[in-house]
Design a protein around this ligand. Structure first.
Ligand SMILES: Cc1cc2nc3c(=O)[nH]c(=O)nc-3n(C[C@H](O)[C@H](O)[C@H](O)COP(=O)(O)O)c2cc1C
Length: 203
């Protein structure tokens, strides 16, 4: 089949997200106006550079900003917490739309730990967290009328890795059971990995 997204796909469900899969899940702690903690997952999330390390996430479908994006812009900081198999239910629960100001970490009984360089706390049970400074936003208009998609870019200024998550100095996503988003309601857990050396290393 071929379709132009602006004209619809004609399928029972939009296949787009299943066609860009697996996607890493950004799970963001941010601080609301009143200092309470906001936590929510975003799978339009990725790293775009490593010197310096830069990540982005995209907030769509709720006016200009969802809470995480608004907080990241207003406070100038956010934290990404890596999501594991054990944290999957908590991650999903924090995607529920609740009023701004509701501390989602309390709804799912998650402990927080302080960050080193920013005020926003991190999820203590996550094997890795990134302390991010918001550096840029980019807006893309939607075809619908539900506000633009707002992309929030952050420089990763601090990285926490749990002591037990390193083996021989390496972080292994498979051993840590990192989860990723597929399409529809499907997820993947890191596995079935294989090694392949870049061509220049084989010469
Ligand atoms: C795995 C997963 C990935 C999601 N990815 C996105 C995303 O990339 N962009 C988005 O706008 N919403 C995404 N959502 C929905 C948000 O998590 C949801 O709207 C949430 O209530 C936003 O919370 P906030 O307003 O506190 O930031 C995702 C939900 C789940 C469960």
């Amino acid at each position: 089949m071929f379709y132009e997204p602006k004209n619809g796909h004609g399928l029972p469900r939009d296949p787009f997200k299943a066609l860009v899969a697996p996607r890493p899940i950004g799970w963001f702690t941010t601080l609301n106006d009143d200092g309470s903690v906001n936590l929510a997952p975003y799978s339009y999330f990725n790293a775009v550079a490593d010197d310096p390390p830069i990540v982005f996430f995209s907030s769509g479908g709720a006016g200009r900003f969802k809470d995480s994006a608004r907080n990241a812009v207003e406070r100038g900081e956010f934290v990404h917490n890596l999501v594991t198999w054990d944290l999957r239910e908590a991650m999903n629960a924090t995607s529920e739309e609740v009023d701004a100001g509701v501390d989602e970490t309390k709804l799912v009984s998650l402990d927080l730990a302080p960050c080193e360089l920013i005020e926003t706390p991190r999820v203590a049970a996550s094997p890795a967290s990134f302390e991010c400074r918001t550096i840029k936003t980019v807006e893309f208009e939607q075809n619908g009328e539900d506000g633009p998609n707002t992309l929030v870019f952050g420089e990763v200024i601090g990285i926490h890795i749990a002591g037990g998550a390193l083996e021989d100095g390496r972080f292994d996503p498979e051993a840590q059971k990192i989860i990723a988003r597929l399409g529809y309601a499907n997820y993947a857990v890191a596995g079935g990995t294989f090694r392949m050396l870049r061509p220049e290393l084989l010469k």
